[in-house]
Design a protein around this ligand. Structure first.
Ligand SMILES: [Zn+2]
Length: 156
């Protein structure tokens, strides 16, 4: 800006040395001032426009980031669904005949189940099973396992 001021003053002094009539000189200086104002106004508009464009770009970036985050969440959910579907067969050992069989607990969690071999009713104690079988990703104890994960995050 100092360089611009210097050039401006140089032009004015050149005009002053050429124009001897004071009235004409004042008139020319005033017109030059008017021209300068016009250009400065235009410059401000260009700067405003650029600022608006930068804001727009930043806003687009924010929207993009949000979309990417949504996609990542979506992918994560798909991953979790696939993993859970694989692990919703729960292995049961009948206490009456030692028959091993699997039940599907993806749709409903049952409290008792009939052994397909000896047809005795086996009571299922899910609280106890959680402690032994859960590695943090089974669907029978989702909430408690996620709590453990959350705690890990807080420690970091
Ligand atoms: Zn049985």
């Amino acid at each position: 800006m100092a360089e611009l001021q210097e050039k401006f003053n140089k032009i004015i002094s050149e005009i002053e040395s050429k124009i001897q009539n004071k009235e004409e000189l004042d008139f020319i200086k005033e017109k030059i001032s008017n021209i300068s104002t016009l250009f400065l106004d235009q410059l401000d508009k260009v700067i405003d426009l650029n600022t608006a464009r930068m804001d727009e770009i930043a806003e687009n970036q924010t929207i993009l980031n949000r979309k990417i985050a949504n996609i990542e969440q979506f992918m994560h959910n798909i991953e979790k669904d696939i993993y859970m579907d694989d692990n919703c067969d729960f292995e049961i050992i009948c206490p009456y005949c030692n028959n091993e069989f699997e039940i599907d607990i993806s749709e409903e969690v049952k409290n008792e189940i009939e052994c397909p071999e000896c047809h005795n009713i086996i009571e299922l104690d899910w609280n106890q099973e959680e402690q032994h079988s859960c590695n943090g990703h089974c669907c029978s104890c989702g909430s408690e396992c996620e709590d453990e994960d959350d705690n890990d995050d807080e420690d970091m």
